[in-house]
Design a protein around this ligand. Structure first.
Ligand SMILES: C[S@@+](CC[C@H](N)C(=O)[O-])C[C@H]1O[C@@H](n2cnc3c(N)ncnc32)[C@H](O)[C@@H]1O
Length: 310
């Protein structure tokens, strides 16, 4: 027996034509329902990733999810927020269940003080197609690839920069975290819903599963070589090169910028697969920038050279 108090269909209040598209509201007094498992297990985002879903947290992120073309499974809110979200919920093409809960119940979930109880579960879309990106995106192309980036927060910040600076797709290396981990989605401020993502299948056992339904099966190094063969210049953002500084690099043609991990930078195979390495000059006392900050500096320079920052 579950603990729901009432279930009713908002659809009844609306025109017959929209009946199939309306959302369903369910008040809950506990989080025991099996459908609420993603909210109960917010500390286990890798499980969500394996199931092809993610959790969006906070007013802005939930709103951006509802405005996006991503499939939404459910929403969990304090009742007082239902009216704010109603227009967006009514505009959705799929039937979403909106769970309404008291603040007290929502406070038992992690991170409540940060997201104020507004949560949603969405489905990770299938990976974007490299062929489509290369053939359909306006030129010159601007792609970003990440190698072994494991901090979900950094990945989220990098995604936000990518969208802000007009990156057409993000290629996520086989040893990187997913940009659909809860903290990555949160740090991206929901901009991840606007960015085509090509996730390469995990090779290692770090996540206890080797492939994901939404991942494609090639390594980042292979993918970079393919990009080069198709005329896209691959440029490694690499603090340790003295061969080229950012101000000397040419970003006028199609390019893919490659960013490395927090601890070790870009791995040897990925670095070797690039056309060149470029550094933002650093004083001798500073090893490197945070990857999100480095991406913002590079992407600003690309846009500046392409006349897009005037
Ligand atoms: C925190 S840094 C990696 C630091 C790492 N200890 C290393 O030795 O490379 C993470 C990533 O941000 C980018 N990055 C950071 N600072 C940079 C700089 N000064 N020039 C170019 N890229 C930089 C690179 O892609 C790098 O792999």
């Amino acid at each position: 027996m579950h603990t729901s108090l009432s279930v009713f269909f908002i659809a009844i209040q609306h025109s017959h034509a929209k009946l199939l598209e309306m959302f369903r509201v369910q008040k809950i007094t506990s989080l025991d329902l099996p459908e609420l498992a993603p909210y109960r297990t917010m500390r286990r985002p890798l499980e969500h990733e394996r199931q092809g879903i993610f959790v969006a947290e906070g007013e802005k992120v939930v709103r951006r999810l509802l405005e996006s073309h991503f499939e939404v499974v459910s929403v969990l809110l304090p009742e007082k927020h239902l009216e704010e979200f109603r227009p967006l919920l009514e505009a959705r093409p799929e039937k979403i269940t909106v769970y309404l809960a008291d603040k007290k119940l929502l406070e038992s979930l992690i991170g409540f003080s940060m997201y104020q109880g507004q949560l949603a579960v969405g489905k990770i879309p299938p990976p974007a197609s490299l062929d489509d990106i290369l053939s359909k995106s306006p030129k010159p192309l601007l792609l970003v690839a990440v190698d072994a980036l494991t901090s979900a927060e950094n990945l989220g910040a990098l995604v936000r920069n990518c969208v802000a600076f007009g990156v057409q797709a993000l290629i996520v290396g086989e040893t990187s975290s997913s940009p659909f981990l809860r903290r990555a989605v949160r740090n991206s401020m929901g901009t991840i819903f606007q960015l085509p993502v090509i996730e390469l299948a995990k090779l290692g056992l770090r996540h206890r599963f080797k492939t994901k339904p939404h991942a494609t099966k090639s390594t980042l190094a292979e993918c970079l070589k393919e990009l080069r063969a198709r005329g896209v210049r691959c440029i490694a953002a690499h603090p340790h090169t003295d061969k080229k500084r950012l101000s000397q690099a040419d970003f006028s043609g199609d390019c893919c910028l490659v960013f490395g991990s927090e601890g070790y930078g870009i791995s040897a195979p990925a670095l070797e697969a690039c056309d060149e390495a470029v550094a933002i000059p650093m004083p001798p006392t500073v090893d490197s920038l945070n990857v999100g900050a480095a991406a913002a500096v590079f992407l600003y320079e690309v846009n500046r050279q392409r006349g897009k920052m005037d």
